[in-house]
Design a protein around this ligand. Structure first.
Ligand SMILES: [Zn+2]
Length: 254
């Protein structure tokens, strides 16, 4: 197996660049990357190399994980921080890849009743605070094949990772200087409240009703829309669409 990007550092500590043929193959594999200009592609490639050098990938449930899949995951995970700080994906190390949906046992502790309940969940992605990023490869592959259908599991989980940089996930990720905490909370809370009302009344919503589960899921779901169906987000919540453009798309220097 070729391993041209695995923890390859030079004597100077610089990251080994991603093999050109592998990079071009990734760019050609999904229309998702067509939207990036040359400068953004160059930065994504550097961020992807950094991700590959710093994360430890492991395959679960007999998945056949190869270098092209690692590279795709690294690029997708780096997409949200294209205009943020590269260190914002630090602080955790492990990426676990299942072939498809995976089952986890959930324990829920109800603070009011004190009752602990357990159940199995089928997941396509999961992000732990300081812990692993867990993904279903089948769903990552679907996102690459259909990048503008409103879903992107890697972006969703990385949004949780950015959220958890500031402690337990609460829908407020680490923010660049260009965005204040107050404007973030005001904009997102108003939109979350609107969605909650729509979902509680059983009406159809443009945004996936799953986003009404909690403020942190709302942020993760609208982040998916930002990258995979921005026109829908603009129709549903223009203020959120604008805020996320400033968060994810603004030039790093502003
Ligand atoms: Zn989530």
């Amino acid at each position: 197996m070729r391993a041209w990007w695995r923890r390859l550092t030079t004597a100077h500590g610089a990251l080994a660049p991603i093999d050109d043929r592998a990079w071009q193959a990734l760019l050609a594999s999904s229309a998702l990357f067509d939207r990036l200009d040359a400068a953004a592609r160059t930065r994504l490639r550097k961020l992807g190399a950094r991700f590959l050098a710093r994360k430890r990938f492991s395959a679960a449930a007999g998945h056949d994980l190869d270098d092209a899949q690692r590279l795709a995951i690294a690029a997708l995970a780096s997409l949200p921080i294209l205009h943020l700080d590269e260190r914002w994906l630090d602080g955790w190390r492990e990426v676990i890849v299942y072939p498809g949906e995976f089952r986890v046992r959930r324990t829920h502790h109800d603070e009011v009743s004190g009752v602990v309940t357990e159940g199995d969940d089928e997941l396509i992605g999961e992000a732990w605070e300081h812990g692993p990023l867990v993904l279903s490869w089948a769903d990552v592959a679907t996102d690459l094949a259909h990048p503008f259908d409103g879903f992107n599991v890697v972006v969703h989980e990385i949004a949780h990772k950015l959220d958890m940089l500031e402690g337990a996930a609460d829908g407020v990720p680490r923010l660049p200087a260009r965005i204040t905490r107050r404007e973030w909370i005001t904009t997102m809370q108003a939109a979350f409240d609107r969605l909650t009302v729509v979902v509680e009344r059983g009406r159809d919503s443009l945004i996936d009703p799953y986003a009404a589960e909690s403020a942190d899921e709302f942020f993760a779901v609208v982040s998916e829309l930002h990258f995979s169906d921005p026109a829908l987000l603009e129709r549903a919540e223009p203020a959120v669409a604008k805020l996320l453009r400033r968060y994810y798309d603004a030039a790093a220097s502003t």
